[in-house]
Design a protein around this ligand. Structure first.
Ligand code: GDP
Length: 447
């Protein structure tokens, strides 16, 4: 074990709740629990109801204390969890008492970092834990929960083992005279590498296309002024506005609204732009629509059925053709309750709507698009770090092809060794303190 001074943090969210949990980890965890409770007997993994006192002996609270004897704990060290009454004051007082009894305040992610260094979890599992806490949809939570239990790790290990196998196969042949080599050796190795390359590429693409599943699907509502964008936004918000809590440390430069549809979360981008248009002070310009389209996973385009098509409508259509070709789109003829005048060549509508009355058709269409993205049994890369590592692996596989052709087996093995290293870095990197500090530093306190 690397560090075993005793760390402490409040593990529950800051705010009013019925209970709060203070977590201790390290050699003195049990000793500190004894000091705070004035009790001697703590049985491993038993919930004990006890008084908690501050360093002056004054009663702070009555709490449940659970002792997890190392190595069978989250960090593999001795861990104590104190479940005290919720609210700011009690939890802070218990925290303070722990500090006075000899613990030190944990850094962000330090519990997970210790779990990692003590071999309880690998990095892919640690990242899944960190993201699970912030999961934006039920589907994302499911994927993360399975990765927390090691599904990504298994995938990584299979790929790594396969490369090592190929490497071993090629290295054995270095010792052979050329004429003794099996004739189709190069083809065999190449076919195996191609298979691996395709698998990694598929995983990469699936991960990128499912970013919406993890972060919430970003939806742009575009159209010229007065087509009904803000009416539609309001209808969606009335349907099921998601409550968004402020996460400490995140700043948003754009205003965004979130709506829950089925198990998914949609995030409507540039709502400020949509609302400004309502006041007709600043019309939503083409520039702004373009920006919204670029940022989005799904585009909703509105046209006003009650008016004749004009130049602005044509510009919106051109924008869709130029910038939303590969995106999921829903093109809507709105205000169908009024007498209809709109016609435009080359504009196939997906649906007709009265955005002030009933948007259920749109909800269904959105749900279908988002469900189509949900292949939750697939492996998914969930951080830039993981994506970079897979890209690096793929690049090294690519770079091994030529030396393989040329029978330069030392160079070939060099690239495959690099590929193994890159792949392994997803779960257990060859120690790189800076990277680890950065990664764990982004975790919540108390994790
Ligand atoms: P925006 O400028 O695109 O955000 O458009 P608004 O949502 O502000 O709508 C412009 C006007 O059209 C408002 O007076 C709305 O009440 C009206 N409107 C919006 N949708 C419909 C609709 O489906 N039917 C009818 N009759 N009026 C609508």
């Amino acid at each position: 074990m690397m560090e075993n001074d005793t760390i402490v943090a409040i593990a529950t969210a800051n705010g009013i709740g019925s209970i709060a949990i203070i977590r201790l980890s390290g050699d003195d965890a049990l000793l500190i629990a004894k000091k705070l409770s004035k009790k001697e007997n703590f049985k491993n993994r038993y919930a004990i109801l006890t008084n908690i006192y501050d360093s002056g002996g004054t009663l702070i609270d009555e709490s449940i204390v659970i002792y997890f004897q190392g190595p069978h704990s989250f960090t593999a060290e001795d861990v104590v969890e104190i479940q005290c009454h919720g609210g700011y004051i009690v939890a802070q007082s218990v925290l303070k008492a722990c500090l006075e009894a000899g613990a030190r305040l944990a850094n962000a992610g330090e519990f997970s970092k210790r779990a990692f260094f003590n071999g309880r979890i690998d990095l892919s599992e640690a990242e899944a834990i960190a993201q699970l806490i912030e999961a934006k949809s039920e589907d994302a939570a499911k994927i993360l929960a399975s990765q927390m239990k090691g599904s990504l790790k298994e995938f990584i290990e299979e790929v790594r083992d396969e490369i090592i196998h190929i490497l071993a196969y090629s290295e054995v042949t270095i010792d052979y005279a050329e004429e003794d080599l099996p004739e189709d050796l190069v083809e065999q190795i190449r076919a195996k590498l191609d298979g691996l390359y395709k698998l990694l590429k598929k995983t990469l693409i699936a991960s990128e296309s499912r970013a919406g599943l993890m972060q919430g699907f970003r939806v742009a509502i575009v159209g010229k002024p007065n087509v009904g964008k803000s009416s539609l936004l309001n209808a969606l918000l009335n349907y099921n506005r998601a409550i968004v809590s402020d996460i400490a440390g995140t700043t948003r430069d754009t205003i965004e609204e979130q709506v829950k549809i089925g198990t998914h979360l949609i995030r409507i981008v540039d709502t400020a732009g949509i609302r400004e248009a309502e006041d007709a002070i600043e019309k939503i310009g083409i520039e702004r629509s373009l920006e919204a389209i670029k940022q989005s996973d799904i585009v909703i385009a509105l046209f006003d059925g009650s008016r004749e098509a004009d130049e602005e409508d044509r510009e919106i259509l051109a924008l869709l053709k130029a910038h939303a070709e590969d995106k999921a789109k829903i093109i809507i003829k709105n205000k169908v309750d009024l007498p209809q005048k709109f016609t435009m060549e080359g504009l196939p509508f997906d649906m007709e709507l009265n955005s002030k009355e009933d948007v259920s058709g749109l909800i269904t269409a959105l749900q279908e698009i988002m469900d189509a993205n949900n292949l939750s049994d697939e492996i998914m890369l969930i951080s830039e770090r993981q994506i970079t590592a897979v890209k690096e692996t793929m690049q090294n596989i690519e770079e091994s092809y030529e030396p393989l052709e040329m029978q330069e087996l030392e160079i070939f093995s060099f690239h495959l060794n690099e590929a193994v290293k890159a792949m392994a870095s997803i779960t257990r990197p060859f120690e790189n303190d800076e990277m680890l500090d950065k990664m764990f530093g982004s975790f919540c306190l108390g994790k």
